[in-house]
Design a protein around this ligand. Structure first.
Ligand SMILES: Nc1ncnc2c1ncn2[C@@H]1O[C@H](COP(=O)(O)OP(=O)(O)OP(=O)(O)O)[C@@H](O)[C@H]1O
Ligand SMILES: CC(C)(CO)[C@@H](O)C(=O)NCCC(=O)O
Ligand SMILES: [K+]
Length: 249
């Protein structure tokens, strides 16, 4: 069994899979290295033979996580690194090392699955879109604040926007104009995300007509599902790319 980690800005997504057949033994989402070790160790009969990591955190934080993994499970983690070209995809950044590894791996995974032009929309702490043409050329993409950042900016920079998580969740049962602060903010931010997703779709149409695949991933993907009904929702798209970048056996 191997441990796979997608280390985002706010959360670490983890899963344990059997290498031979990729059957998933367990998984979860945690907000600290310590919680990660506790959850993985709690998985019955976990015997890890390897670990692969994609991280958008600093080198120091990523190294510290690798050390924690080595200590807890006696495996040396493989960390995915930037590449100019991989699996038929050519990195579109002027400086390929600057492209976020989560974006790069999601693009690799998407092109591998689509076998043609594709648009990846990844909604996490940040909202990201990336474009890969049919010949594998990564055209670049867009980065915007995601739902958590939009919400916290409003809370931070206003005096009178204050509400709790439970009422935030209740507010999203509809997207009608809000009749309370929590409804107005939560629904407004969801409409921003949906607008982001629709605009990316327009860009893809302008580039490729109807001949492309749209992928939707990230923790907040469900919030825009209806706005882009043609999208394939693939929550583990980054893991698909991670397996390609860091093969283990
Ligand atoms: N079980 C969950 N735990 C935490 N967040 C969740 C969960 N399910 C959905 N979410 C949503 O996912 C969002 C975070 O998404 P994600 O985990 O993809 O972010 P991230 O990887 O930390 O950020 P980024 O990819 O931008 O670095 C939060 O806004 C939250 O609303
Ligand atoms: C945009 C984020 C923060 C999203 O996780 C990540 O992909 C990242 O740190 N990227 C580096 C900057 C860039 O991709 O241009
Ligand atoms: K991520």
């Amino acid at each position: 069994m191997i441990l796979e980690l997608d280390c985002g800005n706010s959360f670490i997504k983890w899963r344990v899979i059997h290498v031979a057949d990729a059957v998933i033994e367990g998984g979860g989402i945690v907000d600290s290295d310590q919680a990660l070790v506790a959850e993985v160790a709690a998985l019955a009969s976990v015997r890890l033979t390897g670990c692969r990591i994609v991280s958008v955190r600093s080198e120091e934080e990523t190294d510290a996580l690798c050390a924690v993994i080595a200590q807890a499970f006696a495996v040396q983690a493989r960390v995915a690194h930037p590449a100019r070209e991989m699996a038929g995809v050519r990195n579109g950044y002027e400086d390929y090392q600057r492209l976020g590894m989560d974006r790069w791996l999601a693009a690799l995974g998407a092109f591998h699955v689509a076998k043609g032009a594709c648009l990846v929309i990844d909604l996490g702490t940040a909202a990201k879109a990336d474009f890969v043409a049919a010949d594998g050329e990564h055209l670049g993409g867009y980065i915007c604040p995601g739902m958590p950042l939009m919400r916290s900016q409003l809370r931070t920079h206003t005096r009178r926007i204050r509400y709790d998580d439970a009422s935030a969740e209740r507010a999203l049962t509809s997207l009608l104009p809000g009749r309370s602060t929590v409804e107005a903010v939560e629904r407004g931010c969801v409409l921003m995300l949906q607008g982001f997703a629709r605009t990316q779709l327009e860009q893809a149409r302008a580039l490729w007509g109807e001949d492309f695949t749209v992928f939707l991933t990230g923790g907040d993907a469900p919030l825009v599902r209806e706005a882009v009904p043609q999208a394939r929702v693939v929550p583990d798209l980054v893991f698909v790319g991670l397996a390609m970048a860091c093969p283990l056996d």
